[in-house]
Design a binder for this molecule. Structure first.
Ligand SMILES: Cc1cc2nc3c(=O)[nH]c(=O)nc-3n(C[C@H](O)[C@H](O)[C@H](O)COP(=O)(O)OP(=O)(O)OC[C@H]3O[C@@H](n4cnc5c(N)ncnc54)[C@H](O)[C@@H]3O)c2cc1C
Length: 488
């Protein structure tokens, strides 16, 4: 395969998909390449899912600017792209006078960064709003513009809108080299062939330094810092917290929070563990990490429903050697545009990063906006949210909506089939899970897993032995013939 593009985006996380969504508004040939079968398979799938207000990053930093702008942009994008966001506000709590002083610094920093509505509350006011927080909390910084979101859903929405508007996404396509001639990008080489292009946007997450090296720019490094989480069943402790509850931050980050998901579960985490540079993809959870996470979360909210833990997971922060996001044209290689070192608040900043980078490329290329640009994306049916009358009407139209596959989350066969055939369809078991919630409930796919595998096999016209959990080689079954698969 040899393809031509005006811009190649490397990486299908929140940064890459947000950039593709922005590029797709212009008369440009844009291609996104992602090495895994599903989008958002890197850090974007495992984080705290908070859309931060913007008081954490130092005034004048790129992070601060992108955070505040990104948060504002999501307020508009929520309805346009049907994003799963709840504008919950957030609390950073203090336990003593020393920590109260830190909150006052954060308030000042937030105001300098342009964050609206910040207030310091006393402990009783916090407990009135969040009855389950510790009686030891002395006060909190309240940020009304913060929110919680479903990160995979955001990335998928950006990607689907981009595809509807003519952008191309190549999945299971690993970048192996970038050809540079006379100091300028010529092509991106992948294991699916070559893509000739003048512009490359490097949104490769924790691997962004390696991509940059391929194009001859060694000006920064990315170091991995892992964070572990515990997720609880949503039936166990409904309404434990409404807003994210953060401790007072330290040098290592924002600390271990207690938070609800947009789907009603509670989770706690993340801790912060610096890893070796050869452990960038190590997302294993540890017993010590779980102990630390629980212990610190209990200081904020004592009655964490420990017995209702349904899963643990970890995400890896892309800590840059510059201490800030690395955004914009490389000083060494013409046509290489960096979106690197995108650690927290990267999720929040993504729409602002996308606009900033796209504006620069569009100016340079003289590209114009598409006259037939389509807002939004095809609606995604969600059976459990419908009224009885609407459910009956849907079943009458397509009987597959009458077959419940996931009992914990009430997900029907119709929704799973839709998820597979959407503009950016599910290719794996976890792809179905993240689009529909089949397998997200208390039994974690114990009941519906085999049925989801059968449906994937049928709809994708592949043998069962070729169905994967999530990553490229994570086959669900051992294939006797090819003697492959069977392990993640
Ligand atoms: C513990 C933790 C908590 C966080 N909490 C928050 C939060 O609450 N709010 C917030 O705003 N931010 C938060 N963040 C930060 C946020 O999650 C990240 O900034 C964001 O997800 C980064 O997205 P990305 O697209 O840049 O990278 P990724 O999501 O990692 O995407 C990069 C993609 O590039 C692909 N790729 C890599 N190499 C290649 C190659 N050679 N060829 C093709 N594809 C390739 C990968 O497969 C991956 O899909 C948190 C991060 C962590 C780790």
């Amino acid at each position: 395969m040899t393809k031509q593009a005006d811009v190649v985006v490397i990486g299908g996380g929140i940064t890459g998909t947000a950039v593709l969504h922005e590029l797709a508004k212009y008369n440009l040939r844009a291609i996104l390449v992602e090495q895994e079968p599903e989008l958002a398979a890197g850090t974007t799938k495992a984080n705290s899912a908070v859309l931060h207000a913007g008081f954490d990053a130092p005034e004048g930093s790129i992070k601060a600017r992108m955070n505040v702008e990104g948060n504002k942009l999501y307020h508009d994008l929520k309805d346009e792209l049907d994003l799963q966001i709840r504008w919950s506000g957030s609390f950073v709590v203090a336990m003593d006078d020393e920590q109260m002083a830190v909150l006052r610094d954060l308030l000042k920093r937030g105001q300098d960064n342009g964050v609206p509505g910040l207030e310091i509350w006393d402990g009783d006011a916090v407990r009135k709003s969040e009855p389950n927080v510790s009686k030891d909390i002395k006060g909190a910084l309240w940020a009304p513009t913060a929110g919680i979101c479903w990160p995979f859903g955001l990335a998928l929405a950006f990607a689907e809108n981009a595809v509807v508007n003519g952008a191309e996404i190549l999945r299971e396509c690993t970048v192996t080299d970038i050809i540079v001639e006379q100091g300028a990008v010529k092509s991106v080489e992948t294991d699916q062939g070559s893509i000739e292009t003048k512009y490359v946007i490097n949104a490769a997450g924790i691997h962004a330094d390696e991509i940059s090296h391929l194009a001859g720019d060694n000006s920064f490094a990315i170091h991995p810092r892992k964070g572990e989480y515990i997720l609880f069943d949503k039936t166990a402790q409904k309404n434990l917290v409404y807003s994210p509850i953060f401790p007072t931050p330290t040098k290592m980050g924002k600390g271990i929070l207690v938070c609800a998901t947009t789907h009603g579960n509670v989770f706690v985490g993340p801790n912060a563990q610096d890893m070796n540079d050869d452990e960038k993809d190590n997302t294993a959870v540890t017993i010590s990490g779980m102990d630390e996470t629980l212990e610190k979360a209990r200081r904020l909210v004592p009655n964490i429903p420990v017995g209702a833990a349904i899963t643990e997971f970890a995400g890896v922060r892309a800590v840059s050697s510059t201490g800030d996001f690395i955004l914009g044209p490389s000083k060494i290689t013409k046509g290489l545009i960096q979106a690197a070192g995108i650690q927290s608040p990267g999720l929040t900043s993504a729409p602002a990063i996308a606009k900033y980078l796209t504006d620069a490329i569009v100016r340079e290329m003289g590209a114009v906006k598409k006259s037939d640009y389509k807002k939004g994306r095809p609606a995604q049916p969600c059976f459990r949210m419908l009224t009885n009358a609407d459910q009956r009407a849907l079943i009458a139209k397509d009987s597959r909506y009458g077959r419940v596959i996931c009992r914990c989350e009430t997900v029907t066969e119709g929704e799973i089939v839709d998820a597979i055939h959407r503009p950016v369809g599910a290719r794996t078991v976890d792809g179905v899970k993240r689009r529909t919630r089949a397998g997200m409930g208390r039994c974690q796919g114990g009941f519906c897993g085999p049925r989801v595998i059968q449906i994937l096999s049928r709809e994708l016209h592949i043998p069962i032995t070729k169905v994967r959990k999530e990553m490229k080689k994570s086959y669900m079954f051992y294939d006797k013939e090819t003697q492959s698969g069977g392990k993640a």
